[in-house]
Write a protein that binds this ligand. Structure first.
Ligand code: PRX
Length: 606
């Protein structure tokens, strides 16, 4: 769907515009710098000894002790001076609990200043932090703590988002009860804490992400590489999560805003009110948020002064041209460059993105590679590198040829899995897992994942992790989860579920017979399964639709044909006529082709 929209606007090139003088002013200058980052990376990116917390806090505390970092709502302004004290206090507390260089500390906190202190305090003493998103359940937290053998967890009593309270401490207690490695909770002290000297390649943090086999992957990032990646890109103004809320803005001594609530609370003008109150200059969000904010109408925007904005960023999924234009015209008032940044947790910093002021943008394209990145497209059937003829575009699987400073160095505790996942498929190249097109201007258009990963509101979810949560329900025999397109979240989760053929649960038979008198039973079971996924993974992983089917379409060798399930769920096949079924392509390898008509009937309530 997206690629059709993209093709419509491919010829439209938007002039780079910025009210401030850019660091790289022209496309020629960018090309020259980019070429030197690929040809001679050793001199382009130098290495040495450092401490991330000194680079991000002490430097600025000495230079401008009063400069502020912001936290909205209650408007807590934190100077670099104050931050240094807080970081040192917490670092000393960690030390007093025996945490030392190389140990791993789990941080399970909402978006509060303490989350930033905690990350910096770990960095200060050379401990590795593993930040677990506060939307995760006790089970998900437990798995992440045990995988990394954490001895200490930092959490809060509760999180507060959009008026809802989450009992983080209770969730932590539940998780920790099954984690024998955890010995302590934290207390705050005052004195200065001397920073540990770290080698450039010493680990800075691990960040867990869904793995396609179900077991979470702890992606490990290093000190100098991550800081360098974040710093380089942050000075043109992007901020997200680790790289762009903490490390990037702080390493260059700028002000960052930590936001605890949700974008629509108490009304959909919340972001714009913050832009006005704090005179924000750079605003970075995901297309899913842009689409959600566009829905309630422009009245929530026009009442706010957005003149302070200079750069608007987008990240997490391809941005559809409608959302792009709305962001550009209504939020940016046609004056702010739209910076669509393509990257991944493993990359540590932006991989493909326009440099505002130097690179012209095309709505829907992340444009050109950032310094140190050399993207290549490979043909998925022949594994050959694709070469475009002049004036033609090419489409394939996106790989990176050259290693870059901020790239993840391993998957914690499983280096073999790291090599197999990213490096083995095509030796000498790093696979991103995304399909992409390079147009005749060498601009890159990301087409979405080519593996079994679903991207819901910019959250990367593995089908295997959701399927394991579903199958843990006593009545579920088997399930396949796929991504269906969704106007707001980009993709939503669609679960096909096969129930156990268990005589103790006779109503299952009725479910398969579509007996209307059992609609309530179907509803209740679907609800139970949604709750099941919520409690195993978190609310953001909830299936939007659950459809019960008698069995799944499998090949004779037992492989589930996801392609069929994907097409039916996305409405590409709307009826069970031969002509419609023909749209599913070759079905000759299916063990029992009659399942296709049943699936169509079930999904479309025919
Ligand atoms: O599929 C790509 C998509 O998000 C994936 C990375 O997800 P994650 O590691 O959770 O990191 C998200 C924040 C960096 C990618 O493999 N993606 C990310 N940014 C874009 C994108 N797809 C298209 N355009 C983007 N700008």
């Amino acid at each position: 769907m997206l690629s059709a929209e993209i093709t419509k606007v491919v010829s439209e090139t938007i002039t780079a515009k910025t009210a401030h003088s850019p660091h790289v002013a022209t496309l020629e200058e960018y090309k020259k710098l980019h070429a030197s980052s690929i040809d001679d990376p050793e001199s382009f990116f130098r290495r040495g000894y450092l401490n991330a917390s000194v680079n991000c806090v002490d430097r600025w505390a000495l230079k401008h002790p009063e400069q502020e970092s912001d936290e909205p709502g209650q408007h807590v302004h934190i100077s670099y001076g104050d931050m240094l004290k807080q970081v040192c206090m917490l670092a000393n507390v960690l030390k007093s609990f025996g945490v030392k260089k190389g140990d791993i500390v789990a941080i399970y906190l909402p978006m509060v200043p303490e989350a930033v202190y905690a990350m910096l305090a770990c960095a200060r003493i050379g401990a590795i932090h593993s930040f677990v998103f506060a939307g995760f359940s006790a089970e998900a937290l437990r798995d992440r703590i045990s995988d990394a053998n954490c001895a200490l967890v930092i959490t809060a009593d509760q999180g507060c988002r959009g008026g809802k309270r989450t009992p983080l401490k209770k969730i932590t207690d539940k998780a920790v009860a099954e984690c024998p490695s955890v010995k302590n909770v934290l207390v705050l002290h005052r004195p200065y804490c001397p920073p540990e000297i770290m080698y450039a390649e010493d680990p800075l943090f691990i960040l867990y992400m869904s793995g396609s086999t179900g077991k979470p992957k702890g992606v490990l990032h290093t000190t100098a590489g991550h800081l360098l990646g974040a710093a380089l890109t942050a000075d043109v103004g992007w901020i997200t999560g680790h790289s762009y809320t903490v490390w990037g803005p702080l390493v260059i001594g700028s002000t960052t805003l930590v936001f605890e609530s949700i974008l629509t609370y108490p009304n959909p003008g919340r972001y714009w009110q913050m832009v006005e109150t704090h005179k924000l200059t750079q605003f970075y969000t995901a297309p899913t948020a842009i689409r959600a904010l566009r829905r309630p109408g422009d009245k929530h925007i026009t009442s706010h002064d957005l003149n302070s904005l200079r750069v608007l960023g987008s990240v997490g999924e391809p941005i559809n041209p409608e959302a792009w234009h709305w962001y550009n015209d209504v939020i940016g008032n046609g004056k702010c460059p739209i910076v669509d940044t393509y990257w991944q947790t493993e990359a540590g910093s932006i991989m493909i993105s326009p440099l505002p002021g130097a690179v012209l943008t095309k709505p829907g394209s992340a444009t050109v590679p950032f310094f140190g990145f050399e993207p290549k497209l490979l043909d998925p059937t022949t594994d050959k590198e694709l070469e475009a003829k002049k004036g033609e575009s090419i489409e394939g699987v996106l790989y990176m040829k050259t290693p870059w400073p901020s790239m993840a160095r391993t998957i914690y505790g499983d280096h073999k899995r790291y090599l197999e996942t990213y490096m083995a498929l095509y030796p000498g190249y790093y696979i991103t897992g995304d399909g992409a097109e390079k147009d005749s201007d060498d601009y890159i258009w990301i087409k979405g994942r080519v593996d079994d990963v679903i991207n819901v509101s910019g959250h990367r979810l593995s089908t295997a992790e959701i399927e394991s949560a579903l199958i843990a329900h006593p009545r579920v025999a088997e399930s396949t989860v796929i991504g269906m397109s969704d106007d707001v979240t980009g993709q939503a989760i669609f679960a096909y579920v096969v129930l156990k053929d268990d005589s103790a649960h006779a109503p299952v038979a009725y479910i398969h017979q579509d007996d209307a008198s059992h609609a309530d039973l179907v509803k209740k079971l679907s609800h139970d399964l949604v709750i099941q996924v919520r409690s195993h993974i978190g609310p953001f992983a909830s299936p939007k639709r659950v459809v019960f089917v008698p069995y799944l379409p499998k090949t004779r060798s037992g492989k589930i044909m996801r392609r069929i399930l994907r097409k039916i769920a996305n409405g590409e096949v709307g009826a069970s006529s031969d002509e419609e079924i023909g749209k599913l392509g070759d079905l000759s390898t299916l063990a029992d082709p009659s399942i296709v008509a049943t699936l169509i009937r079930k999904v479309h309530n025919l």
